[in-house]
Design a protein around this ligand. Structure first.
Ligand SMILES: Nc1nc2c(ncn2[C@@H]2O[C@H](COP(=O)(O)OP(=O)(O)O)[C@@H](O)[C@H]2O)c(=O)[nH]1
Ligand SMILES: [Mg+2]
Length: 208
């Protein structure tokens, strides 16, 4: 897949109707500052499509982008920002729950974790939540440029242990040098492909 067009659609505090809703969705989840907005920008080759920030915890909204007029990329609000109070945390939880319950169009979640750090309790909870909901996901290890190629595999071990995935299932990504972009595009192509109606019909024809 090539990204031919990328447009910001809207930001919302509560997930609800928006123009063009109904297309397949891929959501980007992860704690504040892990690199969600940077990944979206790098993916689309647009520096300022999604707002990035060096101050974590700024994005408290669901940001929606339309890619190739074909699917929506959902920049979810980051979690695990130490300074937020209980009320803010509860609000975040409700927002996420509402989103995941309502987004019937959701095909896949990109779960971002910093390649240098062990996943947090919040990361593990998100992982468990997606598994319980039966939502397919891929772990993306961000900021891969911060460590040498040779050290990457070793860095992935604690991530694999915490999130119950295999190293080859993880996409190592860098919004700095573009590492992993092609792999991510391939994944997006696969998960946003039109529903295989023909394939379903074919399956039904198969002898049992
Ligand atoms: N070196 C490096 N820095 C990154 C990368 N991705 C994000 N950052 C930096 O990390 C900070 C947070 O990024 P941002 O995309 O706003 O994170 P978000 O809160 O998850 O959306 C910013 O200062 C980015 O420049 C990366 O792949 N490599
Ligand atoms: Mg962001």
């Amino acid at each position: 897949m090539e990204i031919k067009s990328a447009d910001f659609i809207t930001s919302m505090a509560d997930y609800g109707p928006f123009a063009g809703r109904g297309l397949p969705q891929v959501a980007v989840a992860g704690k504040s500052n892990v690199g969600k907005s940077s990944l979206i920008n790098r993916l689309c080759r647009r520096n300022k499509l999604a707002r990035t920030s060096s101050t974590p915890g700024k994005t408290r909204l669901i940001n929606i982008f339309l890619l190739n007029q074909q699917f929506h990329l959902i920049d979810l609000p980051g979690y695990g920002f130490a300074k937020v109070d209980k009320r803010e945390k509860a609000r975040w939880g409700k927002m996420m729950q509402d989103y995941f319950e309502q987004a019937e169009e959701l095909r896949h979640v990109l779960c971002l974790v910093d390649i240098r750090h062990e996943p947090t309790e919040d990361d593990k909870q998100m992982n468990l939540f997606l598994r319980q909901m039966g939502i397919p996901f891929t772990v993306v290890a961000t900021k891969a440029d911060k460590i040498s190629r040779g050290a990457r595999m070793k860095q992935l071990a604690p991530i694999c242990r915490a999130l119950l995935v295999q190293p080859w299932e993880i996409i190592c990504f860098s919004s700095e040098d573009g590492t992993g972009r092609e792999e991510l595009l391939k994944l997006l192509e696969a998960v946003t492909a039109p529903e295989p109606e023909a394939a379903q019909a074919h399956t039904m024809e198969q002898p049992t």
